[in-house]
Design a protein around this ligand. Structure first.
Ligand code: NAD
Ligand code: TDX
Length: 338
């Protein structure tokens, strides 16, 4: 048995990662540490076997707790973060604290106890591309983050690389594009629109909706993380993306409307996000050629239809999970004309 500490395992991608690991990788015993911020929900881990998954409520900035948990594990997969761009524009401080100081705290424990780390990061560290720019981000693209969120994630990546180079820690990094799937907080684009339609509210498209996000199903992200844990080269970075950089926000909203039985244009244009990144596009050649990774959720039309249908079904079946927060989230967006 390998002991794995998963930070942020009660959030969207972390919880899906814990489910994926229990279902596909029987040799892991998992401890989740999660602060249960507004974005974390212990119910995301309901039904998992108690002999496989232990939950600890705590803060990754708590050096004493992190030191103890890291000393007791073999590997750490670090998902915990403040993750929403719009929130980082309202109040950047929690992003600096969790994403930078929290990652520093984990790195110091990894160094002291000589454990293996995989650090989860994002495409947003690279900034954005122009809409007509055919290039994609690679492992060597330079960093140019736009928002408080992405700049703190960039800072955390730099810390990991510095700890690899200066102290020789055993770490890998992955930068993934936008995820969608079950358990995603309804402040985010896709679940916000699905739950809007389920609440008889029109979906809300920021600005013109020409922006491109290179969408990937969360299970495809997590299968890549496991491959990197098993076969990734220590010290290396891997780009994860499913080649959906031809799909803009307007196309996604129209597809959701269509799949949920609404007219294609049953949505509102609302205020744009300040500093809105235009285009993300990921080149995952290294992951595919060196480690043999392939995404499972692909189809010829948008690469998203099957994954969106599965995600819509999940939100339909789990109204108790999202309904209690819906009014407050929409009220906060409405204040900003969004
Ligand atoms: P999320 O906001 O859904 O979950 C974050 C989790 O971290 C929550 O459970 C929260 O309670 C926990 N957390 C926050 N601060 C903490 C702290 N100080 N101590 C302990 N736990 C804390 O985020 P997500 O979308 O699941 O993202 C997970 C990771 O993946 C993040 O590092 C994010 O940057 C990265 N990422 C996300 C996406 C995406 O599309 N969502 C894409 C690429 C990378
Ligand atoms: O109601 C909305 N309408 C809308 O048009 C919302 C909430 C968003 N949008 C747009 C903004 C973005 O162009 O949709 C796109 C996606 O928005 P988000 O879901 O907020 O994601 P994004 O800002 O792209 O960041 C996400 O992907 C990268 C995650 O939240 C990050 O954690 C990850 O690093």
């Amino acid at each position: 048995m390998t002991k794995m500490l998963v930070t942020g395992g009660a959030g969207f991608i972390g919880a899906n990662f814990v489910h994926y690991t229990v279902n596909h990788k029987p040799d892991y015993e998992i401890t989740v540490i999660d602060k249960l911020t507004y974005a974390g929900n212990q119910a995301n881990l309901a039904g998992l076997p108690e002999d496989k998954v232990t939950f600890v409520q705590g803060d990754i900035c708590d050096a004493e707790l992190i030191d103890k948990l890291v000393s007791e594990t073999d590997i750490v997969v670090h998902f915990a973060a403040e993750s929403h761009n719009d929130n980082s524009l309202r109040n950047p401080w929690p992003f600096v604290e969790t994403n930078i100081i929290g990652t520093y705290t984990i790195l110091e424990a990894i160094r002291k106890h000589d454990k293996r780390l995989h650090h989860i990061s994002t495409d947003e560290v690279f900034g954005d591309l122009e809409l007509d720019d055919p290039n994609r981000f690679t492992e060597t693209t330079s960093y140019e983050p736009s928002s408080p969120y992405s700049s703190t994630k960039a800072g955390s990546d730099h810390l990991v690389r510095a700890w690899v180079r200066s102290f020789g820690i055993k770490a890998t990094i992955s930068n993934c594009s936008n995820n969608y799937g079950p358990y995603q907080h309804i402040e985010k684009f896709i679940p916000r629109q699905i739950t809007n339609i389920l609440s008889d509210i029109k979906p809300k498209l920021y600005g013109t909706g020409e922006q491109v996000r290179d969408w990937i199903h969360v299970d495809d992200h997590n299968s890549a993380v496991h491959l990197i844990l098993e076969q990734g080269k220590l010290g290396d970075t891997y780009i994860i993306g499913a080649d959906n950089d031809h799909v803009n926000n307007k196309m996604v909203i129209e597809l959701i409307c269509e799949l949920m039985g609404k007219g294609k244009d049953w949505y509102d244009h609302v205020n744009d996000r300040p500093g809105h990144d235009m285009r993300y596009a990921m080149d995952s050649t290294k992951l595919r050629t060196e480690l043999g990774w392939e995404p499972q959720y692909t189809d010829t039309q948008t690469g998203m239809r099957d994954g969106l249908l599965q995600t819509i079904d999940w939100y339909k079946a789990n109204e108790d999970w999202w309904k209690p927060q819906k009014d407050a989230i929409e009220a906060a967006y409405a204040k900003q004309g969004q």
